[in-house]
Design a protein around this ligand. Structure first.
Ligand code: MD3
Ligand code: FE
Length: 217
């Protein structure tokens, strides 16, 4: 755990930390693009607004979500799934910007997953107090592809569990610009986000946004 993958940063190499066999943290890799990502998020949310999905069990999620790409993640009384249409508008989700696809593919490649082509990007928005309970990401068709997560705004504490819910979790803070890639043997690990602490981020205010890039279809 926690040993460096590469030599100290040379030029633009983000500081790279391998957390497990298939899990890599790329410190602040998205930071230079953060303002551009936020402008894209505003444009996407103007077309497909953030909303609080309802879980199959009938709970309104505290985290607000939207999506871009060919497929978007949705939850309702029938279950969790990916859909080509935004159920709010009845229209396709906004396109995934090429710069986003490139960023996700670059991060995946640095983590050892060459050729990652995401078809879905779930955009999660947290306000202070919001959490994401321990879960696995298993609504995707094929678990061979990794997932790439980009954190923006206020820091969050993650719980990284094992392949069974009962396994104890490690905790890790994800900060503005950090990119986490996980795949291979870690693709189905349980994970969650502890309640977001209050604070004020210079670019995002009282808010954290997480992008998760997936190969869903
Ligand atoms: C998976 N999102 O949308 S991604 C989700 O920050 C989701 O919004 C979170 O989980 C968020 O499904 C977390 C980051 C993450 C971190 C570590 C992991 C996912 C992980 C370790 C193993 C497996
Ligand atoms: Fe998840």
């Amino acid at each position: 755990m926690m040993d460096d993958l590469f030599a100290p940063p040379a030029g633009e190499q983000p500081h790279t930390e391998r957390l497990a066999a298939g899990t890599v943290l790329l410190h602040a890799m998205a930071e230079p693009q953060a303002a551009a990502l936020l402008a894209d998020i505003d444009r996407i949310a103007a077309q497909s607004p953030f909303r609080h999905m309802v879980t199959p069990g009938g709970y309104r999620m505290g985290v607000a979500t939207t999506s871009c790409g060919e497929l978007g993640w949705v939850s309702d009384s029938h279950g969790y799934r990916y859909s080509r249409l935004d159920p709010g508008s009845g229209q396709p989700w906004p396109a995934m910007p090429d710069s986003w696809r490139l960023l996700a593919a670059d991060a995946a490649a640095r983590a050892g997953f060459a050729g990652f082509v995401p078809d879905a990007c779930l955009i999660n928005r947290y306000q202070p107090g919001c959490k994401l309970s321990l879960h696995q990401d298993k609504d995707e068709r094929d678990f061979a592809a990794p997932i790439v997560s980009v954190s923006l705004g206020l820091p969050a504490v993650f719980e990284l569990g094992g392949l069974r819910r009962s396994e104890r979790c490690a905790r890790l803070t994800l900060r503005h610009g950090d990119i986490l890639v996980w795949g291979g043997p870690d693709r189905l690990r349980y994970h969650g986000v502890l309640p977001l602490a209050g604070g004020e981020h210079p670019l995002l205010g009282e808010c954290r946004i997480n992008l998760t890039f997936r190969r869903a279809g």
